[in-house]
Design a protein. Structure first.
Length: 139
């Protein structure tokens, strides 16, 4: 039986890691879409509240409630969209075997997302820390 070379093992594991980053980036893109939906709901609520006529002697309902939802949704969409774009860029860098340091930095940021991001980050550290993989990124 022929033993696979370390280079072929590294290639396969880099492809699997790239797939993990593609899935993680796509998932965060979906979260960004939910953030946009949440923001649109906030705009709708804020607009509806502004058109409500309060009963005589009553103060109008606070409009800022809808705008808080909007700001929160835009914050989620921005954060998830940026992190998703970073992960998709890491997948591209892994395919092209460049920017190893960038991949490690994004892996460190990914470790904050428990449990999947932590697993992805740790696997990235262990794979990109190998001397044989470092040589692939130097070429």
């Amino acid at each position: 039986m022929v033993e696979p070379s370390q280079e072929s093992i590294d290639e396969v594991q880099l492809r699997m890691l790239r797939l993990g980053y593609l899935i993680a980036g796509g998932t965060l893109g979906l979260y960004a879409a939910f953030g946009i939906f949440y923001a649109l709901m906030g705009v709708a609520v804020g607009t509806m509240i502004s058109h409500i006529r309060p009963p005589p002697g009553q103060p109008p309902p606070p409009q800022f409630v809808g705008w808080i939802f909007t700001a929160f949704g835009l914050g989620i969409a921005t954060f998830a969209g940026c992190l998703g774009a970073l992960r998709l860029h890491v997948a591209r860098c892994l395919r092209e075997r460049r920017s190893r340091d960038f991949c490690v930095i994004v892996a460190a940021i990914s470790c904050l997302e428990i449990p999947y991001g932590t697993a992805l980050g740790v696997l990235t550290f262990s794979l990109l820390g190998r001397p044989s993989v470092r040589e692939l990124f130097r070429v």
